[in-house]
Design a protein. Structure first.
Lengths: 469, 469
């Protein structure tokens, strides 16, 4: 078991460009560490003279020049963040310069020459964690927040960054610690054979914790799906119009999004954002550019797609369907539908080729069926609504969702240990052995928020951050 | 003749993302206009309560939440810039948020919904100009500054942004205004036939101004070249190693640049930066990927390259050269070298195939010759030095360089008018007619700094800016 003491921390001065790379009106270079102010003032000449390390105000903007090689590099705004009131908790400086790539690089180089070193990925946030400005789950949420591309992913990340998940874990830990201390109190008095803790209450508490852990563990699937986009598979026999449907859906977004010009994101191929949820279409390479005439609905390939997906659109050509082919579709469909973790939607395509659903196909209405014409883009909005409704029904509102596989693993281990504790009690195993499993589950919960951690764990987590954060 | 009065100005509240597009640790959304603070405070909830429009301090950072649709969108830093102490001169607000693309767009949308409108390209800088925070030449330099990719281009832009060029123009204008008023004084007393201005002094002053205008006009070539990169042509007969030389030069940069990891720019194809100057190789498409065996030194093509270039590298294979082929090279070379605006450098390639320059080739030494082995990358650094030295010799040190074609045109027109004035005096044309040409030259000089301007001119200039600046 490792504790925070195994983590090394160095408050040397680090620097990085914090704004997105490329050209823009403004860019920000961020400096943090013991000597950050000294380092910055070496190359900053304020417009109003008399500014010094001693009289500079925190959280105030100073206008001045960056001097590099004796020449003015740029006119900038400098802000000093006095420890501990900064993102990292250390003394920090932010310099906002003109966003030419040349200036950004030259300013970075100037600060490096003044004595700072280039920050590693996530090093600012790592320092924030090590200085107690946030716990580990919150720090991880910062990376998620920056990477978030949909409203749903963003909402999860910001809730976690603001400590929602950490509070939940802390609550569970507190209950367990309570439990553990009572148990250990018994051990101290073991010769007298007293039971401080009411066994029945114990079992109840344990079961509560277990249920909570199971719930959190199970939320991972949804959490992960919301973070990465909800995987949707489009399946169906050849010639039913799968590729046309995909294109119609991808076009749908453009009709829905943003009221304001210039605020829409570039569409990423084969994902759409609907009402803040990202839907990710699985393995559509074969669908995109060609008609699907040549594609066979190979069973293996189809199962593969279904395995990856949360939502499955089973497409059929209703216009060419007779009672026999309908039976086939229904059988196909019923083979799949038993998986409770997936939603199957029957998309009855090519309604443009017929007037109404003929009597002999009415059985289709018993399934969740959306009637569309992909070619004429009819009813695509109904399909979009259906997709969104399925996700909304699965989302636990404002509840806590686990969306990080590290947390998922820690929760799984904690649950295993709790199961061991439970079994131990049932088998009448001595309290001192039970206490070990209890401590183990505390350790795993603590690893989520970083109360126990190591350089290796931190390296893994922060190595995935971008530089400048 | 148009004056500032024809320019429309509206201080409604505008908003834009000011940092480069994409994902980063931090992004900045910038708001400007009469209601910018009111607009921003509609969606900003400070951590410390009690903040209001009345007690907010200028140039101070406030930590708080952005509330969008009743939910926390992000934790941000907000800065208020009280008029006139802002970039635009208006009341302005900058919000620095987490740099996820989702947050940037959502924050922008939130501010738009709070009543701002999306800023047009360069609209912040346009307002800075209209509010007298900078003149037109300085505003144009802001765009150049952001676009600058080399040290030389950057230095020109920052000098111009800080008013160097504007001062020069103001100085010329002042002299001319002086001159014009004396002339007009004479007109007022024309019936008495007095001459207030000493004619000889007049002619001297006029000639001074003319020379200065000529110098500025001529500096445009260098200024433009420094801004866009110095055009270099590589010419020579087939098989002399032109493509190998190009690759060797392009590799040279990698050996020279940046001491620090992570600070080098991505190399742009077929340009190199040496000592802060960008060299741009002309029409190397035929050289890059193939050996140049098939390429004939077609005279037309060669002249075309030479026309575009400031520096010409004439490559020959010295190892296979006899007295006869040397004569050919010398003759070729001498045909070209008469153009005084271009520098010709003879590159004697393939020195790896011989020990020393044989006696019969010594005549080559009379030219500016660099002996290299492109294949073995020998002496490429000497060639690089030669390139840089030529540019350094042409650069007028810290003198003013014109680098903007709008300025070049205005200077040309101003010069034409001055020539007319001079001719007029010589021909004894009445002073009132001369005064018209004088006013015309004042107009053209004034158009550079924007003392006279129009919506159309401003639209042309600021339309080329990026949004957010």
């Amino acid at each position: 078991m490792k504790s925070m003491e195994t983590v090394s921390y160095n408050s040397d001065t680090i620097v990085a460009i914090a704004t997105p790379s490329g050209m823009g009106a403004i860019a920000i270079v961020r400096i943090s560490g013991k000597s950050s102010l000294k380092t910055a003032l070496k190359c900053f000449k304020p417009k109003k003279s008399g500014l010094s390390k001693e009289n500079i105000q925190s959280h105030h903007l100073y206008f001045g020049d960056i001097i590099s090689d004796g020449k003015v590099l740029d006119e900038v705004l400098l802000t000093y963040f006095k420890t501990p009131h900064s993102y990292t908790g250390e003394d920090s400086v932010e310099i906002s310069c003109h966003g030419s790539e040349f200036i950004q690089q030259a300013l970075l180089q100037t600060i490096l020459e003044a004595g700072a070193r280039l920050a590693g990925p996530g090093e600012f946030t790592l320092r924030a964690f090590l200085n107690g400005k946030m716990d580990l789950a919150q720090a991880e949420a910062v990376a998620d927040l920056i990477a978030s591309e949909s409203k749903a992913a963003h909402r999860m990340a910001i809730r976690q960054m603001r400590g929602g998940f950490s509070e939940k874990i802390a609550e569970l830990r507190k209950k367990l610690v309570n439990f553990a201390s009572l148990l250990e109190l018994e051990l101290d008095f073991s010769e007298e054979d007293v039971e401080f803790a009411n066994r029945e209450q114990f079992f109840h508490l344990l079961e509560d914790i277990r249920q909570e852990l199971i719930r959190l563990k199970e939320s991972f699937k949804m959490g992960n799906v919301l973070k990465k986009g909800i995987p949707v598979a489009i399946i169906g026999k050849p010639n039913v119009g799968k590729s046309t449907l995909l294109n119609a859906i991808l076009n749908e977004e453009k009709a829905i999004v943003s009221k304001f010009p210039g605020t829409t994101r570039d569409a990423i191929e084969d994902t759409i954002a609907l009402e803040g949820y990202t839907f990710r279409f699985i393995d559509t390479a074969g669908l995109r550019d060609s008609t699907d005439v040549v594609e066979n609905m190979g069973i293996e390939k189809t199962y593969d797609k279904i395995n990856q997906a949360s939502l499955i659109l089973y497409v059929c050509d209703i216009s060419s369907m007779n009672k026999g082919s309908m039976k086939e579709v229904l059988e196909d469909f019923k083979t799949f539908i038993h998986d409770k973790n997936k939603h199957f939607i029957l998309v009855a395509n090519k309604i443009d080729k017929m007037d109404e659903v003929p009597e002999h196909l009415k059985e289709l209405l018993e399934l969740e069926t959306v009637f569309v014409s992909a070619k004429r883009k009819e009813n695509i909005h109904l399909l979009a609504e259906t997709l969104v409704n399925h996700v909304k029904n699965d989302s636990p509102g404002d509840g806590i969702l686990v969306n990080n596989s590290r947390h998922f693993e820690a929760l799984s281990h904690a649950l295993e240990s709790i199961n061991e504790v439970q079994k131990g009690f049932e088998a009448g195993i001595p309290s001192d052995l039970i206490a070990i499993d209890l401590r183990q589950s505390l350790y795993y919960l603590g690893s989520i928020t970083g109360e126990v951690t190591s350089d290796e764990i931190l390296g893994n987590i922060f190595g995935k951050f971008c530089i400048g954060k």
